[in-house]
Design a protein around this ligand. Structure first.
Ligand SMILES: Cc1cc2nc3c(=O)[nH]c(=O)nc-3n(C[C@H](O)[C@H](O)[C@H](O)COP(=O)(O)OP(=O)(O)OC[C@H]3O[C@@H](n4cnc5c(N)ncnc54)[C@H](O)[C@@H]3O)c2cc1C
Length: 309
């Protein structure tokens, strides 16, 4: 079967795009490996109408609603390769065990976080080590909290995080604080610690403090880490999509309707925009779904066809 669209990645961006296409009566296949970026957190926050719901519950409800449309299908598995051909795209899943064909391709394979190699950090990721204050800052409940210096955004993050608690910025030897920034941090009552963190302490996932390389211990109950990210799959690069730099790492270049630099290939979600959140990913999936649908309409009109025919 030639699908109108194959969507690789069936999380917030991919399912949003699929919903638009299914509602336009298009045949859409979503292929998903089932590893959304927020799987380390027990709750999702800041999502209008769903604040505090577990991520898996949000996605299960979205999948159920999508599958109510007769032209939508979901295949659980990993796409290992995509080839562009005359009629569209040939998509290989499960290392060659399954093949699918589609007129258009939409990539929504997300990003993965590159965690700093500090002992004790990974075991707390998504719990007491968080990536975003808007997602998890409120639940920390105030008190002593840290910001891990990872790059040029860290001062800004420390200034911001001060609305959620008493912040220490751990410069880690990678953040150089200018005189102007020192004044701003002082105005926000942020302390700056120059000795790098050697390990995080406490019974994980609880966090009690950071042991510094000079032997001192700073009590903190949560640590904000603005991670660098990498693509969730190599597919965009393999297809030859152009990339742009972002403060968090490379993202696929798209236009306002999710079109990449490669004909017929659309992209949405964390892999193609910043900043990152469920709502932003959902919105970009909507835009890419509509953009992809529009390109199908244009092609069909040229051939004298309609979706309902
Ligand atoms: C710990 C943590 C907690 C977070 N909490 C929140 C929060 O509370 N609120 C909020 O708004 N945001 C939160 N976020 C951000 C949010 O998770 C992301 O912005 C959002 O998941 C991005 O959606 P996406 O669809 O672009 O990508 P993802 O959700 O990452 O989904 C990508 C999907 O593509 C699949 N995939 C990848 N490669 C392939 C392949 N080759 N074949 C098939 N499938 C593939 C993956 O398995 C995955 O299912 C959190 C992030 C983290 C790291």
């Amino acid at each position: 079967m030639l699908h109108d669209a194959i969507i690789v990645g069936g999380s917030f961006a991919g399912l949003s795009a699929a919903l638009q296409l299914a509602r336009a009566r298009r045949n859409v296949l979503v292929i998903d490996a089932g590893l959304p970026r927020n799987r380390f957190a027990s709750e999702s926050h800041g999502v209008l109408g769903h604040d505090g719901k577990p991520g898996p519950q949000l996605l299960a409800e979205a999948r159920q609603q999508l599958l109510a449309y007769p032209t939508a299908q979901i295949f659980s598995g990993r796409v290992s390769r995509v080839d562009a051909g005359e009629a569209g795209f040939v998509v290989e899943a499960e290392d060659g065990l399954r093949w699918f064909t589609g007129r258009r391709l939409l990539l929504a394979t997300g990003v993965s976080d590159v965690l700093p190699g500090i002992p004790g950090l990974e075991a707390r990721w998504g719990k007491t080590v968080v990536h975003c204050p808007y997602c998890h800052g409120y639940e920390i409940g105030g008190g002593a909290i840290g910001v891990l210096g990872t790059g040029p955004m860290s001062v800004h993050q420390a200034v911001m995080f001060a609305d959620w608690g008493d912040v220490t910025l751990f410069a880690q030897g990678v953040v150089e604080v200018s005189a102007e920034e020192h004044a701003l941090l002082a105005a926000r009552k942020v302390k700056v610690e120059s000795s790098p963190i050697a390990e995080l302490q406490g019974v994980a996932p609880a966090l009690e403090g950071a042991l510094l390389q000079d032997g001192r211990r700073v009590a903190i109950k949560a640590l904000l880490v603005g991670t660098q990210v990498r693509m969730g799959s190599p597919l965009a690069e393999a297809l030859g999509c152009a990339f742009d730099d972002s403060p968090f790492g490379p993202i696929v270049r798209i236009d306002a309707w999710g079109m990449t630099s490669v004909a017929g290939v659309h992209a949405a979600g964390d892999m193609a925009r910043v900043p990152h959140s469920i709502t932003y990913a959902t919105a970009s999936g909507v835009a890419a779904g509509i953009g992809l649908h529009t390109s199908l309409i244009t092609e069909d009109a040229r051939r004298g066809e309609t979706a309902a025919a």
